[in-house]
Design a protein around this ligand. Structure first.
Ligand code: BEZ
Length: 587
């Protein structure tokens, strides 16, 4: 097909700042419905739209849509200053209104794009512009505190903040000409080449080369609680103002996955119109955020051809969704099932009526043993029968020697590892990692949904972290990570009203371990790992009870941490079990 391209159209915002915008539209007068993407990564950069996790722009034009790509304020060829999240609401609404007024546009617009491009959609959707009919955030979040910058348990997502902060600071610096700051370029690029240089130095808040070019990072580190700084940009807190359907796409190993799923469930319950509540759709595959994992193939685990993004046909899903909601074609069935998930273990796609799956049964798996659960060779047991004796497992958490991140929902590859389903052997041999494992399974057990861990803990410190990981132990011994989480003790009751621990006293806390879908096959075992760090996926708790990001090397304290279990202190892993009698379970 032939189409018309307009490059760098200046679109004026309410304060006079002009945002550079490209338009690809089918030949002819139209009018056409439009699909808008707003990006900080360069609308002219083939890499921005060549990412296989995003739909194919040309298929959109071929289907009769005008595709509109804009550089967000302060990036690439747009005017203004880039302050992440600060202007996406107003600029999004102004752009939607401009689009609706163009002669070639029929007044109906959908928004699309991944990650930051997803934040831009959520923030624009809150503004309620009548032209906006649907959004399609891929691997993104409507609550930037919960993901990607902090986490539901209040720990900083250090890798995401510092890696993305470095890349964005470098983009800002280059856009400004980069004069006189060659040393900053050197420091920033060195940090990307060797993540130890990026992550190890303390205090975390002292990142001058980065904050000189992206002062916003300083703000992020100064707001460890979910205060007004975060609530002001959390579209999820204003779900009732969002009146459009959303197509959510996520990856089980994506840094955003918890919030991707929460956006879906919150919009299903609290969306601002019947259409919004009914029109939510969710697709989750075995992918991480990193480029190149869209094939569903990782060094320690391959999900087969069906795990690839191609098998999910993201472009077709977007087209069905936009035809239904932007074109308003009620005759186009936009997926008869609301939810499509890739079930790991059996490595198959499955359609579901909703999320969480309506037939979920939450089952307790109790932590048990005689107090020597340290390492995978210890005596830690996970049992449905309940622990019969009171015991406690003890480990030293030394922030100078944190447990290294091995796979999972980390944003970037860290030394010796990659985001995704990595074998945990290297961390399970550490004395500061407790392991609780079931007997070998005789029958398949499906776990699909939200995983939580309830712990009774004590610490010698006034504040510390507790981490958990759910692991599928294969018959050959490989311990493949499924999902994970962390709880900062001071935030165990509230993300806005911290409460320190009473050293030595037993407290209970609940850790959100995220979501997964996995069939533990016969011959496999279910394992829970508990520790106090997962670095640099999360920042290290310094164990002082003070402002963690401001603590230096000299302030770090070692904590003696304990997990109690038994009839009086039933520490337990709560798994979302799916039992469907007669359902075929095979690979
Ligand atoms: C992204 O756009 O890919 C992204 C944005 C924020 C944090 C991490 C990734």
């Amino acid at each position: 097909m032939t189409f018309v391209v307009e490059v760098d159209v200046p679109v004026p915002m309410r304060d006079g700042v002009e945002l550079a915008t490209n338009v690809w539209r089918p030949e002819g007068p139209g009018p056409f419905p439009a699909l808008l993407v707003r990006t900080p990564y360069g609308k002219d950069d083939a890499g921005t739209f060549g990412n296989p996790k995003l739909p194919d722009v040309f298929a959109f034009v071929e289907a009769g849509y005008a595709v509109v790509a804009q550089d967000v304020r302060g990036t690439s060829r747009s005017q203004g200053t880039f302050v992440p999240h600060a202007s996406e609401g107003g600029d999004g609404v102004d752009t939607l209104e401009w689009l609706a007024a163009q002669s070639w546009c029929d007044g109906a617009v959908g928004m699309w794009g991944g990650s930051y491009m997803g934040f831009a959609q959520w923030q624009a959707a809150v503004g309620g512009a009548p032209a906006l009919r649907a959004i399609a955030p891929v691997m993104s979040s409507a609550d930037p505190y919960g993901a990607p910058w902090y986490s539901p348990g209040g720990a900083l997502s250090q890798d995401a903040v510092l890696t993305w902060g470095t890349l964005s600071a470098l983009r800002n610096l280059r856009r400004a000409g980069g004069d006189g700051v060659a040393s900053d370029v050197g420091a920033l690029t060195a940090g990307l080449a060797d993540p130890r240089l990026l992550h190890d130095p303390l205090p975390v808040a002292e990142r001058d080369a980065m904050t000189r070019h992206l002062p916003w990072v300083r703000e992020v580190l100064a707001h460890p609680e979910r205060d007004e700084f975060w609530r002001g940009i959390a579209a999820i807190d204003r779900c009732d103002r969002i009146t459009v359907p959303a197509l959510h796409v996520g990856g089980w190993y994506d840094v955003f996955i918890g919030e991707t799923v929460r956006s879906y469930t919150m919009m299903r319950r609290h969306g601002g119109s019947a259409e919004a509540r009914e029109g939510q759709r969710l697709i989750i595959g075995p992918w991480s955020h990193a480029d190149g994992t869209d094939l569903g193939t990782f060094p320690d685990r391959s999900f087969g051809l069906g795990g690839s993004i191609k098998a999910a046909d993201i472009t077709a899903a977007h087209l069905r969704f936009f035809d239904r909601w932007v074109r308003g074609r009620a005759d186009v069935p936009d997926d008869e099932h609301r939810v499509r998930i890739f079930v790991m273990g059996v490595d198959r796609w499955r359609a579901e009526a909703d999320w969480p799956l309506p037939d979920t049964r939450y089952a307790d798996f109790f932590l048990a043993g005689n107090g020597r659960a340290n390492t995978a060779a210890g005596d830690g047991v996970l049992t449905c029968d309940g622990a019969s004796v009171e015991a406690a497992d003890t480990f030293l958490y030394d922030p100078r020697r944190p447990v290294p991140t091995v796979g999972g929902t980390v944003l970037a590859a860290v030394p010796g590892a990659y985001p995704g389903p990595a074998d945990q052997a290297a961390v399970e041999s550490r004395e500061d990692v407790l392991c609780f494992t079931t007997a070998v399974l005789e029958r398949p057990l499906e776990v699909t949904g939200h995983v939580t861990l309830v712990l009774h803990v004590s610490s010698s410190a006034p504040d510390t972290d507790f981490t958990g990981k759910l692991v599928d132990v294969h018959p050959g011994g490989e311990a493949i990570l499924l999902c994970e989480g962390v709880q900062r003790a001071r935030y165990r009751r509230s993300l806005t009203r911290p409460e320190l621990l009473e050293p030595g006293a037993v407290h209970d806390l609940t850790i959100d371990l995220g979501v997964t879908s996995n069939v533990f096959l016969p011959g496999h075992r279910i394992r829970l790992e508990v520790s106090s760090s997962n670095f640099p996926r999360y920042d290290r708790n310094t164990n002082t009870g003070g402002a963690i990001a401001a603590d230096g090397e000299d302030e770090l304290a070692v904590a003696v941490n304990r997990v109690h279990h038994g009839p009086a202190r039933p520490s337990r892993l709560v798994l979302p079990v799916i039992e469907r009698p007669g359902a075929e379970v095979q690979r």
